[in-house]
Design a protein around this ligand. Structure first.
Ligand code: PLP
Length: 370
């Protein structure tokens, strides 16, 4: 089996498994007696490591149950904390941000993106808003967005900025304090931590208002007993992923270039939707006329796991909102593949994929004619 879906989730690192096993028996870190204090000290250590790796203070690290939860707590919380009603965002956000914004208000300004998948016009940021919510890197195309400039423009008019960095953490250098964002979301399973744990970095002020109500843990932003073992595993994975970042980014981007060149040479009429600046492991491709579901199923039958570059809702292959925002029409966009490389990708996987893909695209194009 070869795995080309690292953007969906990434194999867990051994250091994360080891840390999780070591602390699986940790008690409630909120308890004042010895076992609670021991759990608290493991949690404090994880928090301090995450803070120092991300350029934040420990108090700014809020452990969450996922990237989705971190996005929701920030976007809803900052919206509620503001007297303003307007939100500025993009049309290419992950649903964790996009659907959250949609549920909050109709008073939304969308920063446009061009055909390369990058935001092209920041002028909507010049009018104050309750919150600006933008992703650092897109999960479908990998396009890296101009978040430094976005934070600068928004901050100039007093708009707090939430950055969804779920795809970018441990791949793009991030220093929370230099970036100046108000909040930033991350998810452990995107860099080899366990699934079902993440963190939100949140400045002291303006702080997100409480969305969940409970016992006041995690500054009251994310109440609930913290999963100490998962927090420790996340810190261990982040430490290793950031230590390996430069070498791994270079290795993965070389493999990605080889893959894209191989596919271009072997398959007629392929459109490359991943345009620099982009994450090193992303290759989003369209094969006009091909049926997207057939691409995935035929690859799967050949032992290759990848994701459709369009979105599958309830079994119906529809255009992804990201491609639509980039101005890609259904004739091109419906037959898309998102190939995402990462630590599990080996040279042999590239050769294998390049060898089988032409036949699969032919068959998916035949299926697309029906
Ligand atoms: N934001 C982005 C950009 C993502 O890619 C994802 C996951 O794919 C999320 C948020 C949600 O993260 P989680 O799976 O931890 O809820």
């Amino acid at each position: 089996m070869s795995y080309f879906d690292h953007a969906a989730t990434t194999p867990i690192r051994q250091v994360a498994i080891d840390a999780w096993l070591e602390y699986a028996g940790a008690f409630n870190p909120g308890s004042a007696y010895s076992s609670g204090r021991r759990a608290r000290s493991v949690l404090d250590d994880a928090r301090e490591r995450i803070a120092s790796l991300m350029g934040a203070e420990p108090i700014e690290v809020i452990i969450t149950a996922s990237g989705t939860e971190a996005d929701n707590l920030a976007v809803q919380g900052l919206f509620r904390a503001s007297p303003r009603a307007r939100i500025v965002t993009t049309a290419i956000e992950h649903p964790a941000v996009g659907e959250t914004v949609r549920a909050l208000t109709d008073d939304v300004d969308i920063l446009p993106v061009g055909r390369s998948g990058h935001i092209t016009d920041l002028s909507a940021l010049d009018t104050p808003a309750a919150v600006a919510a933008v992703m650092l890197a897109n999960n479908e195309t990998g396009a890296i967005q101009p978040v430094e400039e976005i934070v600068e423009r928004a901050t100039a008019v007093g708009t707090p900025v939430h950055v969804d960095a779920v795809q970018a953490v441990a791949k793009v250098p991030i220093d929370f304090h230099s970036l100046g964002a108000t909040t930033l979301a991350s998810s452990a399973h995107k860099y080899g931590g366990p699934r079902g744990v993440g963190f939100l970095l949140a400045k002291r002020s303006p702080a997100p208002s409480a969305v969940l109500h409970g016992g006041g843990q995690e500054r009251g932003v994310r109440p609930g007993t913290v999963d100490v073992a998962s927090a420790a595993a996340m810190a261990a994975a982040l430490t290793e992923a950031i230590a390996e970042r430069e070498a791994e980014n270079a290795r993965v981007s070389t493999l990605r270039e080889r893959l894209v060149a191989g596919i271009r040479a072997a398959v007629d009429d392929v459109i490359i939707n991943t345009v620099e600046p982009a994450l090193p492991g992303h290759a989003h491709l369209s094969f006009p006329g091909a049926d997207g579901d057939s691409l995935i199923m035929l690859l799967d039958a050949a032992g290759i796991e990848a994701s459709t570059g369009s979105a599958c809702h309830a079994g119906v292959n529809r255009m992804s909102h990201v491609l639509e925002a980039m101005g890609v029409g259904p004739a091109e966009g419906l037959g898309s593949l998102r190939l995402t490389l990462g630590p599990a990708t080996r040279e042999e996987d590239i050769a294998e994929l390049v060898a089988v893909l032409p036949g699969i695209v032919d068959r998916a194009r035949a299926a697309g004619q029906r």
